[in-house]
Design a protein around this ligand. Structure first.
Ligand code: FAD
Length: 289
């Protein structure tokens, strides 16, 4: 399939990209890695008249530490997130999630900002970023604003960003001492996208008692689902294998999967339990180191 004819313009700064967005309005579309947008254009699901390329804007790519946050530029490709020493050291769960996206080609071109802005319910990064309590920083002609990840994914392929905003960076709080992060995914055997995934950020005392938890489940709703009752329930509990298994089952119960051509509700809940257990157990193990 070929896309409909379109124009292309390479932005040289965020300001220029914002001006181009204002000029082209609904007929313009931001281009990052193109690994979701171009397939959609080939299928004629989207037919923008002009692509505004962000890959040519300097300063939007890279990983750094700013105070208590890890800051990831929106144009940072999945490979760079997965292989970043900073990410691997502080947030191994995020490196894990970025490393299991698609294949090498997708990871070398696709960007963290594109993935988050696209808000595919079967994407990996929204799930781990939800568990990590990330903040999404967006810029419009009137300035920038920060959106908490819990408010960001509003529906299937829909976010809290306005049409005149560009996602510029993702800020992730650096977990404190005694914290561990992890991501576990059942990929679709053909596409590699998420069937079910789970992400966890667990903080524990040296005694092994859980002090806080954030758990997100992917693939079972319009976006990541936080298992809030399970998070509360874990607080103050010893993180034994039994408690982790019970928490995983409870987290799966907090989802509301629908049957589709791939799987029944029972199967999806079962897989959610298995992968939530993997993610929580791995996060607990890392927290103990
Ligand atoms: C074969 C294949 C397999 C894949 N497998 C997986 C997988 O297993 N897991 C997974 O999570 N993903 C997967 N993907 C998707 C991949 O991760 C994409 O790279 C990602 O979803 C989109 O990132 P992008 O940089 O390519 O964005 P683009 O395709 O360029 O853009 C996507 C959308 O986001 C908008 N956008 C992009 N950047 C910004 C920005 N900074 N601010 C505002 N809006 C912006 C664009 O306008 C567009 O609407 C796969 C893709 C392919 C082709």
């Amino acid at each position: 399939m070929f896309p409909a004819n379109f124009g292309y313009v390479a932005a040289r700064s965020i300001d220029e990209a914002l001006q181009l967005m204002a000029k082209h309005g609904e007929e313009g579309k931001l281009l990052a890695g193109g690994h979701s947008l171009i397939p959609a254009m080939k299928l004629r699901l989207q037919s923008p008249q002009t692509l505004i390329d962000l890959a040519t804007v300097p300063g939007l790519r890279g990983v750094s530490v700013d105070g208590n946050n890890l800051v990831i530029g929106a144009l940072t490709v999945h490979t760079d997130v997965a292989s970043s020493d900073l990410v691997r050291k502080h947030l191994p769960g995020l490196a894990e999630a970025a490393s299991v996206i698609g294949d090498v080609q997708v990871r070398n071109r696709g960007t963290i900002g594109g993935s988050v802005a696209h808000a595919d319910p079967a994407a990996d990064l929204p799930v781990i970023l939800t568990a990590l309590n990330a903040t999404l920083v967006v810029q419009s002609p009137s300035g920038s604003r920060a959106i908490a990840v819990d408010d960001f994914f509003t529906d299937f392929y829909t976010t809290a960003m306005n049409a005149n905003e560009i996602l510029t960076e993702i800020r992730v709080p650096l977990p404190g001492a005694g914290s561990g992060t992890a991501y576990a995914k059942l990929p679709h055997p053909a596409s590699g996208y998420v069937v079910v995934s789970a992400a966890a950020l667990i903080t524990r005392q040296s005694s092994g008692t859980c002090t806080s938890a954030r758990i997100a489940i992917g693939g079972l709703g319009s976006g990541p689902i936080r298992a809030i009752a399970t998070e509360m329930d874990l607080q103050g509990k010893p993180l034994t294998l039994q408690i982790i298994a019970a928490a995983a089952a409870k987290a799966a119960e907090e989802t509301d999967p629908v049957e589709d051509s791939y799987a029944s509700v029972e199967y999806k809940r079962h897989v959610a339990t298995v992968f939530a257990r993997k993610a929580i157990a791995a996060a607990v193990e890392r927290a103990a180191k």
